[in-house]
Design a binder for this molecule. Structure first.
Ligand code: MEV
Length: 423
């Protein structure tokens, strides 16, 4: 039975799991309920589909990026992420907004060759065949050329132990381009194996690289000291502390990991809302950090003369605005509508700006009131739900919990009982 699981309908799969003791009646009914995604989309997108996994989708406001205002869609399970993005963005907008310094959107396809004993000879054969390789690329994906994309650069790199790489830099236009790069890499791999390689040389694999090396964006912002002040600290004091904490992250990878996570809070939430591949972003960021001379993605530096704190973020963002799940997920389309159908480069600037905004909000909170005050106020909704609150009970219990810090589950349960006894 389990062998043919993929052939069952969604409902039969759920019944099977219930009968086999993996699901309760209640969970089966929950997963069976009408999903916003059409049944056909669910089963087309993944193997053995059961249901849909709901996550909150919200919008961050106050984003001013390259002179344009945006409401940025975000999907996340962490209560503070959208609030933090809006908070950071508001301070930046009041100081002139985010600016894009540099953006590039090229994807690398790799043809990996082994058994290479004469690197000079291989380089010559591949270089001499450049125009033939260009033709193979066009024939592998004719529509890419028609849309203004295609092969931009060819590189040959040699490694130890008889390995070489033919790198094909592709402009995938509006898509991330994973499938295009794989198709092109395989076609070129087949061609060079048949036409160019010697007896002992062989194409070992042909696939895109997730390095994100040339799919990067740099955004900057400045924040007026006045935008950073709290009741306790002057704006200049806060700016100094933010720069100091960011400097510390450059010296300590354990802190860098946490600061980077704060940046990725925003990056992943917009990535998810726009139907992009978060694993591709993770892989590219990992690769980028391995090669960087600082372990933290952002920099925050003081400009005492101008009385501003200057922030800068360079990050690889392998994303698209068409293709893959983006076209299949209706809410990803709504997200792009909210963003006024940006070009892929603009989408990269927006995502990076959200990362920098989340970073600013986290650092400011950390060096002033601490992170827990804001986090716990937002976590109380989760506590209320965990305690069993539903409907209007959630808001009431949350409000009471916020007045009774530190909040905990037992208190949430007690308050819920109190609310129910009243009514
Ligand atoms: C929490 O999700 C993210 C932070 O820990 C980031 C940071 O410490 O910089 C607040």
């Amino acid at each position: 039975m389990i062998m043919k699981f993929y052939q069952l309908s969604r409902a039969d799969r759920l019944t099977w799991l219930k009968q086999a003791g993996y699901l309760t009646d209640e969970s089966e009914q929950r997963l069976l309920a009408q999903t916003p995604l059409a049944e056909a989309v669910l089963s087309a997108m993944v193997e053995n589909s059961l249901s849909e996994f709901g996550l909150p989708m919200g919008v961050a406001d106050h984003f001013l990026i390259d002179g344009h205002e945006y409401f940025v869609p975000m999907v996340t399970e962490e209560p503070s992420v959208i609030a933090a993005a809006s908070n950071g963005a508001k301070r930046v907008a009041a100081s002139g907004g985010f600016q894009t310094v540099e953006v590039s959107h090229l994807l690398k396809a790799q043809v990996i060759i082994n058994g290479v004993t004469n690197q000079v000879s291989l380089t010559k054969r591949l270089t001499d065949a450049q125009s033939a390789i260009e033709t193979v690329v066009i024939e592998a994906h004719p529509s890419l050329q028609k849309r203004g994309g295609g092969l931009r650069q060819i590189e040959i790199n040699h490694f130890a132990d008889g390995y070489s790489e033919l790198a094909l830099w592709i402009d995938p236009v509006a898509a991330f381009g994973a499938n295009m790069a794989n198709t092109i890499a395989e076609a070129v791999g087949t061609y060079i194996q048949q036409a160019l390689l010697k007896k002992d040389e062989q194409v070992l694999a042909a696939v895109l690289s997730n390095s994100g090396e040339k799919m990067t964006v740099t955004v900057t912002c400045q924040v007026d000291f006045t935008q950073l002040a709290t009741a306790e600290f002057s704006g200049q004091q806060v700016a100094l502390k933010i720069a100091a904490l960011n400097h510390y992250a450059a010296l300590d990878i354990d802190r860098a990991a946490t600061e980077n996570k704060g940046i990725l809070n925003g990056i992943f939430a917009v990535g998810l809302a726009t139907g992009n591949d978060l694993r591709a972003i993770s892989a590219a960021v990992t690769d980028y950090l391995c090669g960087a001379n600082r372990p933290v993605l952002s920099t925050w530096q003081l400009d005492q003369h101008a009385e501003v704190l200057r922030g800068r973020l360079t990050i690889p963002l392998p994303v698209g605005r068409v293709g893959g799940a983006i076209n299949s997920l209706p809410n990803a389309q709504v997200s792009l509508e909210l963003l006024q159908h940006p070009s892929v480069e603009t989408l990269m600037s927006i995502i990076a700006s959200v990362g920098l905004a989340n970073n600013l909000a986290a650092l400011r909170a950390l060096v002033t009131n601490g992170i827990q005050a804001g986090h716990m106020a937002l976590q109380t909704a989760n506590l209320a739900i965990q305690a069993g609150a539903t409907g209007e009970e959630i808001g009431w219990v949350q409000q009471q919990l916020n007045q009774h810090q530190p909040a905990n589950l037992a208190l949430a349960q007690q308050l819920l009982q109190q609310f129910r006894n009243r009514g």
